[in-house]
Design a protein around this ligand. Sequence first.
Ligand SMILES: Nc1ncnc2c1ncn2[C@@H]1O[C@H](COP(=O)(O)OP(=O)(O)OP(=O)(O)O)[C@@H](O)[C@H]1O
Ligand SMILES: [Mg+2]
Length: 420
Amino acid sequence: MMTNPLFCGIDFGTSNSSLAVANDDDVFLIPVENDQNTIPSAMFFARKDNEAFFGRQAMERFLARQPGRLMRSLKRVLGTPAMRQGTMVNGELMKFDQIIAAFLNQMKRKAEADCGAELKHVVMGRPVHFTDNDAAADQRAENELMAVAKSLGFEHVGFQFEPIAAAFAHEARVNGEKLAMVVDLGGGTSDFTIIRLSKQNARKADRSNDILANTGVRLGGNDFDKDLSLAEMMPELGFRTKYGHKNLEVPSYHYFDLSEWSKVNFLYTNRILFQAKQLLRETHDPVRYGRLISVLEQERGHAVLAETEKIKIGLASKENYAAVLDFIDEDLRIDVAREDFNAAIITKTERIVLAAKECLQVAGISAEEIGLVIMTGGSTEIPLIQQQFRTLFPAADWSEENKLSSVGLGLAYDARNRFS
Ligand SMILES: Nc1ncnc2c1ncn2[C@@H]1O[C@H](COP(=O)(O)OP(=O)(O)OP(=O)(O)O)[C@@H](O)[C@H]1O
Ligand SMILES: [Mg+2]
């Protein structure tokens, strides 16, 4: 049993989520799935009764081919028109706010059970921009997340930029005063903050004078999966092949949707399958185009994307990685070299580095003045990214601890400072 009051931080990530709690003396992560401090932001709705499963359990059920619907990258729906339209789940129309609420509620309940107390105060993380260059959509996204938090019973809800939260989590370990840049490269967004860190500053309620700049772009690991899928996987499913006597290219939207975590589910309609099958009679590449039909028919789009993500992660530590796609076609193997992956993601990587440079510009400082670089988020593992940021900050101290949980921890620090 914990003593009241408790302050909560929730990092609702595109790929992984975490929750931390602070009281007067301590800040700690809640094991949100069994003994794990992070939970994949995934849900699986079983076909037979629409029962919901979360996190690793959701992925396991999906990958074991249990009948039902997988949802990932829910955060990317915030602020978009799909939020209002909802989605069909096992024949039932579900609203995305309900789906997101169900996901966050199981985390909150786990934390309350562990703490033996109700949580009323929360600071939720948010990217610097949910969407690029659209202030209205950005505000809508935050409002939608606010409404979800209120619906869960949180009475006091605040928001903080995710990279600022990551900086707070590191601050307890900083000696003296450091001008730090946070590089938070997640699944959905890349976010940057330049902030003055010191143990003395850590308990101040108002940090606005210490924060020099924030920038961000809606690009992250999901986009690298997309680039890799379009470059290496989709051609094996007939992307860019031809059909008919006019030698036309087959429609590309199937391949684009199959390469995006938040869009795969929209392909599973009878109309889309019917149209794709009509082209099968005229295709010049029945083997490859036939694989597309099989993926659509068997609803294996997420499985292909999961293999794509595995290649990406494999290539972080190896020069080559071979994916076995025997669930599509008995002897389908796709070999990818790191340099092919680098070539696929270089354009987006450069846009991410540009957003980091913009942060320096807005702060009015040079890269040499940054004393500490805090690398956080799963996508900072990519060798090409590491290399680019090392080149940008050759002399700075480098910190890479708690990549997947620092945002959650920092949000709880922030909640305590704001609400106590
Ligand atoms: N070793 C690795 N190499 C490359 N990418 C990785 C590695 N490990 C994880 N990733 C990628 O990192 C991303 C997830 O990172 P993280 O958990 O920080 O994101 P998130 O916080 O959920 O997203 P966001 O902050 O954008 O909402 C995924 O795209 C995942 O594929
Ligand atoms: Mg994140």
